[in-house]
Design a protein around this ligand. Structure first.
Ligand SMILES: [Mg+2]
Length: 224
């Protein structure tokens, strides 16, 4: 019997790219004002850099391209403190509305703590979710797939790991630590997301896959 349903955040409950693109707009707005540059062109370029080079040194590449001697940490702070408009996926919002108050819900999310808490606030998740763990609050070594945070969540709900269900999108880290302590796992494969095309050894994958949280309703109603 499953008593608590625990979710990953990015690309599981909302589209992470919406946050990234929204935060980029804050950075581009700053640069356009500071250096009298065209906002639209900056925004196009920063998205191109993300596509070509991935995350990591986007702001360095952008500043180099425009020959700007900007302090990169200023841009990183603007990005991290930005508050763009983001929304829960429709199926996630429907799910929470339908089951809120009836079941226990949790979130375990990796990423810079202040940014993840910002996202949780922007998505108004405290309205629906009882237990929230931002792994970074414990330190980088406690990020997923470390089992510690999953155990911590089970303790919070006062249930055994086998009575918990973890739902995430990234087989590189979402299910390993959960499965190691005996949690049930489900992978959500949405139409977009960094990991939608990643398929790993079955030991790292979830017990099974779904493509919408609408499918979760049957599982919950049959197992809870
Ligand atoms: Mg994720």
């Amino acid at each position: 019997m499953v008593k608590a349903v625990i979710f990953d955040l990015d690309d599981t409950l909302y589209r992470e790219k919406d946050f990234v693109e929204g935060a980029f707009k804050y950075v581009c707005k700053y640069l356009s004002m500071q250096y009298e540059l065209n906002f639209g062109k900056l925004y196009e370029d920063i998205n191109d850099i993300l596509k070509k080079h991935g995350r990591g040194s986007i702001f360095n590449i952008l500043c180099k391209k425009y020959n700007i001697a900007e302090d990169i940490s200023t841009l990183v702070n603007i990005y991290r403190n930005s508050l763009p408009q983001i929304d829960l996926y429709e199926d996630a919002a429907n799910f929470f509305k339908k089951y809120s108050g009836k079941y226990s819900f949790g979130i375990i999310t990796d990423g810079k703590a202040s940014v993840q808490w910002n996202k949780i606030g922007l998505l108004n998740l405290k309205k629906y979710v009882d237990g929230i763990i931002v792994t970074d609050d414990y330190g980088k070594k406690y990020w997923k797939p470390n089992s510690f945070v999953y155990l911590k969540m089970a303790q919070y709900f006062e249930c055994r790991p086998e009575e918990c269900l973890y739902i995430g999108d990234n087989p590189n880290k979402d299910f390993i630590g959960a499965r190691a302590i005996g949690m049930n796992t489900i992978r959500i494969i949405r139409k977009s997301g960094d990991h939608m095309n990643t398929f790993l050894d079955s030991s790292k994958e979830a017990d099974f896959n779904i493509n919408s949280m609408d499918k979760l309703q049957n599982i919950i109603e049959n197992r809870m």
